[in-house]
Design a protein around this ligand. Structure first.
Ligand code: HEC
Length: 164
């Protein structure tokens, strides 16, 4: 019964949405957990331009030019896979702290049964930060602020764990 209800929850949300604490590949520490306060986020046009260019080259084909996601992204296809979800603040992405977002991008989701390629051999750590900078700049302020608080919490927990 328990298992059945878990499966239902997981199949109605994204694959990734269910994997925050699960696979090992998402717990590796790649550093770079520092994030921008909202004033800074909205005020670095050079970084915005860099992030946008990288996003368009590497992500837009699946996630859409404005990060709006693929049509029918909530439905599995014939192979049981999902299409790329929106990254623009209307879906689930902002629930993930920086560290997890970077790990999803670095490692992709193919190894856990999804269809996003890994980017760690194509994009440097700094480039992944720049892409995320652009993605987050698309979020409405209240979404960004909620993400920021959530990220602070995640950082605190990480520090506590490190001390033990
Ligand atoms: C080939 C298509 C494809 C490309 C290209 C792609 N993605 Fe994805 N992405 C996906 C799919 C599909 C998912 C949903 C997980 C799954 O089922 O694989 C996803 C999930 C994500 C997630 C998690 C979203 C969430 O709400 O939990 C992030 C973040 C993400 N992608 C960022 C990126 C970035 C940044 C790039 C470019 C560097 C990129 N993706 C390129 C297909 C793609």
């Amino acid at each position: 019964m328990m298992i059945k209800s878990l499966v239902i929850i997981c199949s109605t949300s994204l694959l990734i949405a269910c994997s925050d604490q699960a696979p090992d590949q998402f717990t590796e520490n790649t550093g770079g957990d520092q994030v921008e306060d909202i004033m800074v986020l909205k005020s670095d046009p050079a970084r915005y331009t860099k992030g946008l260019a990288l996003y368009q080259q590497t992500c837009a084909a699946c996630h859409g030019n404005d990060g709006q996601g693929a049509a029918n992204w909530q439905k599995r296809d014939a192979q049981g896979k999902y299409k790329a979800p929106p990254l623009n603040g209307t879906a689930h992405t902002w629930h993930h702290p920086q560290r997890i977002l970077k790990q999803i991008i670095r490692n992709g989701t193919q190894r856990i049964g999804g269809s996003m390629p890994a980017w760690k051999d194509t994009l440097s750590d700094a480039q992944i930060d720049d892409v995320l900078y652009w993605i987050k700049s698309q979020w409405p302020n209240e979404i960004y602020n909620a993400w920021y608080r959530n990220n602070e919490e995640a950082l605190k927990k990480q520090t506590q764990k490190g001390k033990k």
